[in-house]
Structures are given as C-alpha cells and as structure tokens.
Ligand binder design. Structure first.
Ligand SMILES: [Zn+2]
Length: 265
C-alpha cells in the first residue's frame, strides 16, 4: 500500500484530534500494534509489527475547524471532572511499576502520601495522578510513564493537560521546576517539585509558582539553555527569586539525603 492509500485508511479510523492511541492495525491485523497520534492537527501513524510497513505522517492545516475543535475541547476539559479510569490499579499490582518507583526515588513520596501513583494495566504505565491546584483532594488528570520500550509515547497525558504535576509539602517555601514526575517526587521531602514534561511553561504553572518564596529551575544537564529561558520567563512574569540549579544528573537519581545537601544553602 502506498502512502496515499495508507493515509486514507488511517483517516478512516476517525481518531479524534490531539489524541495518542494504540489500535489494532488494519494493515497487518496486528493486535494493538498501530500507534496513531493526532497532535496539532497532524496524523502520525506507525505499526510496531516488524513485517508491517504501516508508517507515515500527514501534516494537517491549522484551519478554523481545528481552532474551534481545540478551543471547544479545552473548555470542555476544564469543566468536565477527570474520572480516574478503571484501568488504574494499585501500584502493588505490578512488579515493573514498583521497580520503576524504587529505581527513580519515588517510593518515599508514594509511601508518605505526597504522590498518588498507580499502575495503568491497559497502557502498561506507571501513572502519577495530578491534583487540582486549588483543591488537592480532586484529581484533574494524570501522567503515565511507559514501562515497556515498545509503548509510545514514553510519557502520556490523561485528562487536563494544563495543570502541572507537583509533589511536596504544604509548608514548603521553595519549589523547583523539574523535567518529569519522578524527579518531582524525588525532591518532595525537601522542596516542592513541579514537572513540566518537556513542554514550555504554561499560565497555570506560573500561577501555581507565585506562592513560593524561592524558585529553582533544575532541568537536565543538556537543557541548560532551556533552564535559563524558563528562569527569565518567570522573572518577567514578576517572580524575582528565581535561580537556575546546575545539576550533575537527573534529580530522580538522587536520594532525599543527597537532595538535602544540594539545597542546603
Ligand atoms: Zn501493522
């Protein structure tokens, strides 16, 4: 099948906009092997079955329909309550999930109830539930980390995509912007971690950060330029006590004791 024929078949699947999902492959009949991603009005498809040639990318136009659909979806999202899917099981139900949170220093945050971590049996992911900024007893979404190298994307957002995942204690006066949820958990006994997940800073992130006296930006070593960009953005937003924290490695690889040392100034 050529590209055009493939595109027609994939479009016929009617995957909704801004969705990333796995389906049974209509080309090779592989069970759940076709990954389709419709972010930003593009369509990307890829089949994980080795002998299947289904693979392609279609760049959609950002027309008014797309704009309306996106904004409409946004409104609905913020109004609709996020319902925790039935496929989210307790962490103890999966060994790989438990191993992940041990290896990435999330165990302490989880066992002390600073983070709500589950296992999504449907997508084979460790999921970090996101609490509402104003009402921490309500969940507005979740972030799932793939436990299998075949699962795409590595990080998947459930529900509201604007509210950041954060982990810390109410008495914290300091916060740090980190790359992912595991790093936010790893620092959470010492200061509050706020995960940006590879995205840029959103309005809700800035709003949330206003409550802290001191804010660090602690992204990966290879994201130093981005760290300074974010620090400048926060300063121009009116937050003055913002510092880039140079890191020798990802924060999720440090223990609470080591993190305590790092921020002991
Ligand atoms: Zn296939």
């Amino acid at each position: 099948m050529n590209y055009k024929q493939q595109l027609e078949v994939v479009q016929g699947l009617f995957v909704p906009p801004d969705t990333s999902m796995r389906l049974d492959c209509p080309f090779c009949n592989g069970k759940n092997t076709l990954s389709v991603d419709t972010m930003n009005n593009n369509i990307n498809w890829y089949c994980f079955h080795a002998s299947c040639s289904a693979k392609g990318k279609y760049q959609g136009e950002k027309n008014m329909n797309y704009v309306n659909a996106t904004f409409k979806q946004k409104e609905e999202n913020s109004e609709t309550e996020f319902i925790v899917p039935d496929s989210f099981k307790i962490l103890d139900s999966n060994d790989k999930a438990k191993k992940y949170i041990h290896k990435n220093n999330c165990w302490e945050a989880w066992s002390w109830g600073r983070a709500d971590i589950k296992y999504d049996v449907k997508q084979d992911r460790v999921v970090f539930l996101i609490r509402d900024n104003e009402d921490p007893t309500t969940f507005v979404g979740a972030v799932g980390r793939a436990l299998n190298s075949m699962t795409y994307p590595k990080w998947y957002m459930y529900g509201n995509k604007d509210v950041p995942f954060k982990c810390g204690l109410e008495e914290h006066k300091e916060a740090i912007i980190v790359e992912d949820c595991a790093s936010a958990c790893a620092v959470s006994n010492i200061l509050t971690g706020v995960a940006i997940l590879g995205t840029s800073l959103k309005e809700s992130h800035k709003q949330y950060l206003k409550q802290y006296d001191k804010i660090y930006v602690g992204l990966d070593r290879d994201a130093t330029k981005k760290s300074y960009g974010i620090a400048n953005e926060l300063k121009s937003y009116g937050l003055q006590n913002v510092h880039v924290k140079p890191l020798s490695d990802d924060l999720k690889y440090f223990s609470t004791e080591e993190i305590k040392e790092m921020f002991n100034d």
